[in-house]
Design a protein around this ligand. Structure first.
Ligand code: PMP
Ligand code: GLU
Length: 392
């Protein structure tokens, strides 16, 4: 079979592949602690579930406009305006099949053959894959573990060349939890605006920022740089709605028009009744969101401390998101020379699923999700500790 040239070396998403393997093992009766999945263990908000029931009962089962439910687009525009002073109107919003589809459609709309796109590393696994699928070239900008993987403006600016078309930011970052401060964001956006380079900001984890640090959003600078910035967001994490497949983007009218055209050919609107649930979540689920994030902050403290105490492992508490990204390279030895072998070993010997760091562009680390109950986390961490001790 001749597959399209654009596939290149494309393989299955590593995050989804590990989760799939863990589920397969569990289905065979193996008791696995799955610390691979990037999805909250909380239930979707009851108000969202109820709103979907009502929408179905009322026959909200037909297509909407390709860009999504008008009321949901209006609510998103209103919220970013009210909370962050963004200038976006409802017709500058596209509701998408997850943030993943928003990012893919943006890549298709903005990246041409050979175009360079600057991507801070470690990156979320699908970002460089999508740039390559669109024909572009991701240019990695390393963030340092010693700096808690903070996203700094300087290395991003140093990576801009005449071939750079865009920059993709992801704060808080999956997999490192590293964040970008408001000053660095301003510096990056201003420099990009001057050069006519777009900035896509993936703010999927916007609510998962710990230690009282505020989230620096492009929504707050969009009024001053309306032609430069595009915000991507998701219902998946904030409202524990991963399987609903709902995300969105807000940005300049020409970008919104192009993405809507792509979406009109690729998926049409996201599932109609699901969007009614998302609207209810935005309006009435805040209490649950706050409680969930408080719980994630507790787990973050437990996980980072437990990992950092293991001989040969270094782990700083992540500033955001819900992943620990410990350095485990000091434990590499014969038969376990990198993160892929280390993750396989943990799955086989300790029955704990984690994602190899190489999937995110750094082979010295593993990604451990703490989006699961404290009890499962404790069990997973003690198994990991035992497996590491047996290696040392
Ligand atoms: N961006 C980041 C950084 C992610 O971790 C994910 C995975 N949840 C997504 C985008 C896509 O999210 P979804 O498609 O579920 O909205
Ligand atoms: N983004 C989540 C993760 O990194 C979900 C899986 C995916 O979409 O890749 O685990």
């Amino acid at each position: 079979m001749n597959l399209a040239h654009r596939l290149g070396q494309l393989g299955e998403s590593a995050t989804l592949a590990v989760s799939r393997k863990a589920k397969e093992l569990a289905a065979r009766g193996v008791e696995v602690v799955d610390l691979s999945a990037g999805e909250p263990d909380f239930d979707s908000p009851a108000v969202a579930v109820e709103a979907v029931r009502r929408a179905l009962a009322e026959g909200k089962t037909r297509y909407t406009a390709a860009a999504g439910l008008p009321e949901l687009r209006a609510e998103l525009a209103r919220r970013y305006g009210a909370e962050r002073g963004a200038p976006w109107t409802a017709d500058q919003v596209v509701v998408t099949v997850g943030a993943k589809a928003a990012l893919m459609e943006l890549a298709l709309a903005l990246v041409g053959d050979g175009d360079e796109v600057v991507v801070p590393t470690p990156y979320w696994v699908s970002i460089p894959a999508q740039i390559r699928l669109a024909g572009g070239r991701p240019v990695d900008v390393p963030c340092s573990a010693r700096d808690a993987f903070r996203l700094r403006a300087e290395p991003v600016l140093a990576a801009l060349t005449p071939r750079t078309r865009g920059v993709i930011l992801n704060s808080p970052c999956n997999p490192t939890g590293g964040v970008l401060g408001a000053d660095d964001l301003e510096t990056v956006v201003a420099a990009c605006a001057e050069r006519g380079v777009w900035v896509v900001s993936d703010e999927t984890y916007e609510r998962f920022v710990f230690d009282g640090e505020g989230h620096a959003s492009v929504a707050a600078v969009a009024a001053r740089y309306p032609d430069t910035v595009i915000l991507v967001g998701s219902f998946s994490k904030t409202y524990a709605m991963t399987g609903w497949r709902l995300g969105y983007l807000l940005g300049p009218p020409p970008v919104v028009k192009a993405v809507t055209a792509i979406q009109s050919h690729a998926t049409s609107n996201p599932t109609t009744f699901a969007m009614y649930g998302a609207l209810a979540a935005m309006r009435d689920a805040e209490g649950g969101v706050v409680a969930m994030i408080r719980e994630f902050e507790h787990r973050r403290d437990l996980v980072a401390a437990a990992l950092d105490a293991m001989p040969g492992v270094q782990c700083r508490p992540p500033a955001g998101a819900f992943y620990a990204f410990p350095r485990v390279a000091d434990l590499y030895a014969d038969g376990c020379r990198g993160s892929v072998e280390m993750a396989s070993l943990l799955l086989e010997k300790a029955r704990v699923a984690v994602v190899p760091g190489i999937a995110f562009g750094n082979d010295d680390h593993l990604r451990i999700s703490f989006a699961c109950s404290r009890e499962r986390l404790d069990e997973g961490l003690s198994r990991i500790g035992e497996a590491f001790a047996a290696m040392g």
